[in-house]
Design a protein around this ligand. Structure first.
Ligand code: GLN
Length: 389
């Protein structure tokens, strides 16, 4: 007998925790879970220490400390030309994961359909199920992982109320083009849909800049944008994120958030405000450096016999293990620690139909937010091993 509530039944434990535990257990190089092994700017850490020592230790205001909300508004202005009212159009969340949770719990009614890009980040599925929403996946397919606009249109029914976007896209590394975003925008306007967009990798692109869908004509008022400091500033453990957009959508996030975490950690908020204001170039410099590490990893994966695709953004590269003769990426990833002493993430768990041969069964994700030494070590282990099934 399970004691688990129905709303959580059938949802597997998150693959990231499972695979990081496997890495620790086997002493493997962890190219699975996406966390950098170098921290963000020391000045930002110093600001957090100052805040801890100078009394920022009690509850922050519900929507977040004013200095951070103002810094987020300035960030949106500086990068995207969006003018936000920091008091009504910005809410600080405990990482973007809480932003996603609060958005779905605050906006989605049971039975509402939500179009979501597949492969999808695993928390979307869990939170949609908890909210009683129904997901309508639209698949991004190898080798380019582009958005098929006809499939997108076909996924929308009279019960569809939301599109849950993610660009730059985890796990494929695809960055939606302005044309693809315009197709989403056209559909949203035509069918009166709200777009919830997870843009945590907004600054980690390697070619064309990321375009927030909120900047497209007519989209601001129907878009809830989510982001965080975790990826942009290499502070994934701080769990400082934010939701921005029109007051009614941001208000729904706050309405749900206040009953979950109430408020987010106060000493980290002034530090993230300082990061946004004083270190505006850090994320782009990080992206430039990540691009070299991406190439190191992709070349290495190819040398090891995998069919690796080149990501346009994020810090993940997707590769197919089909050529090596594996039935699926899960079997490959479970064998990999013993074969090579490396851990990666099987992408099939991010698809509705995990048995469909066209559904990413053969895809595996490798993280390159690691030092060059760690990537080189991982690559050396992969190329030295026999990776055939
Ligand atoms: N976002 C990170 C990744 O994709 C992991 C976060 C988590 O473990 N929940 O690897």
């Amino acid at each position: 007998m399970t004691r688990l509530a129905t709303r959580l039944q059938g949802i597997a434990p998150t693959i990231f925790t499972e695979m990081s535990a496997l890495a620790v257990r086997t002493g493997s190089v962890n190219l699975g879970q996406g966390f950098p092994d170098e921290d963000g700017p020391p000045e930002v850490i110093a600001e957090a220490v100052r805040a801890l020592e100078h009394g920022a230790n009690q509850y922050a205001p519900g929507p977040g400390v004013p200095a951070l909300r103002q810094a987020i508004a300035r960030h949106q202005q500086r990068h995207y030309g969006l003018e936000l009212d920091p008091d009504r159009e910005v809410v600080v969340t405990t990482g973007c994961t809480e932003g996603v949770a609060a958005a779905l719990l605050g906006l989605v009614d049971p039975g509402d359909e939500v179009v979501v890009l597949e492969p999808y980040y695993d928390s979307y599925v869990a939170m949609l199920q908890m909210a009683g929403g129904v997901r309508r996946p639209v698949t991004l397919r190898a080798p380019d992982f582009r958005l098929d606009v006809d499939e997108l249109r076909a996924a929308v029914t009279p019960r569809t109320r939301f599109v849950l976007l993610n660009s730059p896209h985890n796990p494929t590394g695809s960055v939606l083009s302005r044309e693809e975003l315009q197709a989403v925008a056209d559909l949203a306007v035509e069918r009166d849909l709200v777009v919830i967009t997870d843009e945590v990798y907004e600054h980690l692109t390697f070619g064309d800049d990321h375009v927030p869908i909120a900047t497209l004509p007519g989209m601001y008022e129907r878009t809830l944008s989510l982001s965080s400091a975790g990826k942009s500033y290499s502070f994934t453990g701080w769990k400082v994120g934010w939701a921005t957009g029109p007051a009614d959508l941001v208000g729904a996030v706050l309405a749900a958030k206040q009953w979950m975490t109430f408020t987010s950690g106060s000493p980290l908020q002034p530090a993230v405000a300082l990061a946004l204001d004083e270190e505006p170039d850090f994320p782009r410099a990080l992206a430039k450096d990540l691009q070299e590490r991406r190439d190191l990893l992709v070349d290495g994966l190819r040398a090891a016999g995998l069919t690796a695709y080149v990501p346009q953004g994020t810090y993940f590269a997707t590769a197919s293990v089909h050529e090596l003769g594996w039935p699926d990426g899960m079997a490959f990833c479970l064998a990999l620690p013993e074969r090579a002493g490396v851990v990666a993430i099987p992408e099939q768990v991010f698809y509705d139909d995990q048995t469909d041969p066209a559904g990413g069964r053969d895809l595996v994700r490798f993280a390159f937010c690691k030092t060059r030494e760690v990537i080189a070590d991982g690559v050396a282990r992969l190329t030295a091993a026999d990776l055939h099934a």
